[in-house]
Design a protein around this ligand. Structure first.
Ligand code: COA
Length: 388
């Protein structure tokens, strides 16, 4: 495999936005291409991560539409879909094209526009990623499954409601400093606990929102990274791991661990030739507060049941030993599903370049990890990036 670099990044604001799906994707893409200082003619392929544009926006064939809109015709164009991990899977597709020598430069765009449908419709669309036969037809939604995991985790490890609230409080503290985040306001433990219950024990502030937004990265070979007009610190993709788990949560071996994260991270660590102790900064998929604790343990960053101790010690803060979600995470940065995985990777690139927003830059990180969940924990991608 050839070395693969990320030489340009872009992202729109996340939130409830007026722009169309393709307008959002184009804004992020143009920013990434400008950042890369790469002429559009150099792009061989566009990979678009998007979960469900057909139902959220009544628009289809997004990859071709975007290639045309960006002036990239006749570059190849492909849409990649693995649920809310579509963004990271699109980066993986671009990585494989460049690593194999099939392409020199790939533009990857993650995008979703979820605000055109009402809440009931959004929940119905999102629930299509869980098993109809074993879950959705009994009324389960992604939030209900997360609530079940939270209850089991509290039972097994003695986690309290107030302790769980520390996760969204941290997310919102970071999101308040992120100019592109959906939610830019701090919240308190009391607000988390007293906000309305969505699926007991999870309240409004334990849940990620449904958002609009897009993010993009430009992936190139070493040769191209060195020969662009304005070469900048290239960030290398050191490893990518991808794994699935059984479709329905009830068929899995554990409620308090996502084995697809364990497998995907083992593969990514192995490809990168590193271990969990080498990771300096992480963006993990905290679609529901409980998942941040589960993810940190599944990634090997804390022993089982002990991630809350790291939270209480401040180790996961921007200034901590292993900062997790300095962007505000999915909870506060927002969650336009197809965009999330690309946004996480864009945010890790900024961390490794030392270009994170004021107050969110971690201390001289060299290795960063992005963890993106698709479905309810059954299609997971872990990407490891390194600064030269
Ligand atoms: N966190 C904090 N505030 C939120 C929020 C969230 N997750 N979701 C909505 N809000 C705020 C809105 O900004 C709005 O504030 P305002 O009145 O000041 O404008 C208010 O709450 C009402 O927003 P609304 O969109 O009407 O809330 P809702 O009750 O319809 O939806 C959830 C809230 C939590 C049910 C919804 O965001 C949800 O379903 N989230 C989970 C999405 C999901 O499953 N994603 C896939 C995961 S992989």
């Amino acid at each position: 495999m050839r070395p693969v670099n990320i030489i340009g990044v872009g992202m729109t604001r996340f939130g409830v936005l007026a722009d169309s799906l393709v307008d959002l994707a184009a804004q992020a893409a143009f920013e990434a291409m400008t950042d890369a200082a790469l002429a559009s003619g150099a792009i061989d392929h566009v990979c678009v991560g998007c979960q469900n544009p057909d139902e959220f926006t009544q628009r289809g064939h997004v990859s071709t539409h975007l290639a045309d809109r960006l002036g990239l015709v006749p570059a190849g164009a492909t849409r990649v879909e693995t649920g809310p991990s579509s963004g990271a899977s699109a980066v993986e597709a671009g990585f494989n094209m460049v690593a194999s020598g099939a392409a020199e430069a790939v533009l990857v765009v993650g995008v979703e526009k979820m605000s055109e449908v009402d809440r009931g419709q959004a929940s119905r669309i999102l629930s299509k990623m869980i098993s109809f036969e074993d879950e959705a037809r009994y009324g389960a939604t992604p939030t209900a499954l997360a609530a079940m995991i939270a209850r089991r985790y509290m039972h097994d490890y003695g986690l309290t409601r107030d302790e769980l609230s520390l996760i969204p409080v941290k997310a919102h503290r970071n999101g308040a400093k992120n100019p592109l985040a959906h939610f830019q306001k701090e919240i308190t433990i009391e607000e988390v606990c007293s906000s309305r219950v969505v699926a007991d024990p999870l309240t409004l502030y334990d849940c990620s929102p449904t958002s609009d937004g897009a993010a993009a990265v430009v992936i190139t070979s070493d040769d191209l990274a060195r020969n662009v007009d304005v070469p900048r610190d290239a960030i290398q993709v050191l490893g990518i791991g991808h794994a699935t788990d059984y479709f329905a949560v009830q068929h899995r071996h554990s409620l308090t661990s996502l084995s697809a994260t364990v497998r995907a991270s083992e593969r990514a660590y192995q490809m990168a030739g590193i271990g969990p102790a080498d990771v300096d900064v992480c963006e993990v998929h905290d679609a529901f507060s409980i998942l941040e604790l589960v993810n940190v343990e599944d990634l090997g960053l804390a022993p089982r049941g002990a991630s809350i101790d790291l939270v209480k010690k401040g180790s996961l803060e921007v200034s901590g030993e292993i900062p997790v979600n300095p962007s505000g995470g999915i909870k506060a940065r927002g969650h336009p599903t197809g965009a999330t995985g690309v946004a996480q990777i864009r945010d890790i690139v900024l961390q490794l370049r030392g270009e994170a927003p004021p107050g969110l830059q971690t201390q001289s990180p060299r290795i960063g990890l992005a963890h993106n969940i698709g479905g309810f924990g059954n299609n997971i991608v872990v990407t490891i990036l390194g600064a030269e």
